[in-house]
Design a protein around this ligand. Structure first.
Ligand SMILES: Cc1cc2nc3c(=O)[nH]c(=O)nc-3n(C[C@H](O)[C@H](O)[C@H](O)COP(=O)(O)O)c2cc1C
Length: 168
């Protein structure tokens, strides 16, 4: 029998893992821009080029993005806290007042992001009360903007230290 993990402790412990913040976007069939804030994002495979993200099953936007067959991932830049917050508010006009342009694949790309990826939906295995979304990367680019970070339930900014680690 597996140990029962206290959800509060689970959140607290996992909150110690610092991440960037992404906004996952697509265009709905009616041309309406869709988006949701997601810190559960990671590179997965180099060959083929795959990324993964984990939207909650309670998300009302993810099923609409899934239906589009693909999505864009905006890696938010330092100073884009309000974009992250706006894209997390269910049932609101998340793109109101947001400056964005269509990506090469026609997906809403917020202005001023740190990096951008256009992905096809490749696979979606089960992830408990979340779903694991595997995206096949079709286009991508990076800017010079430093990233927005997230740690222990709060936004943070990057201070570089000595040394570097290369991802495999
Ligand atoms: C900083 C931050 C990080 C978030 N990360 C995730 C995440 O990794 N997965 C997720 O399902 N929701 C995450 N959320 C919450 C979703 O953005 C939010 O529940 C969702 O957008 C609700 O809107 P929807 O019903 O339109 O999908 C995060 C919210 C914030 C503010």
């Amino acid at each position: 029998m597996s140990a029962v993990i206290d959800p509060r402790q689970f959140r607290e412990v996992l909150g110690a893992f610092c991440s960037g913040i992404t906004v996952v976007t697509a265009l709905g069939p009616d041309g309406v821009p869709l988006g949701l804030t997601c810190r559960s994002f990671s590179s997965l495979s180099l060959d083929p080029s795959l990324v993964l993200l984990a939207p909650a099953r309670s998300s009302s936007t993810w099923p609409r993005i899934r239906a589009a067959g693909g999505f864009g991932v905006a890696v938010l830049a330092a100073g884009q806290e309000q974009v992250a917050l706006a894209m997390s508010r269910s049932g609101t006009d998340k793109f109101a007042g947001l400056d964005w342009t269509p990506s090469s694949h026609g997906r809403p790309r917020p202005a001023g992001v740190a990096a951008w990826l256009d992905c096809d939906l490749h696979d979606e295995p089960d992830g408990g009360d979340h779903t694991i979304v595997v995206g096949a990367v079709r286009d991508l680019d990076v800017t010079d903007h430093p990233p927005l970070l997230y740690h222990r339930g709060a936004f943070a900014t990057l201070h570089r230290s000595e040394g570097r680690g290369d991802t495999p």
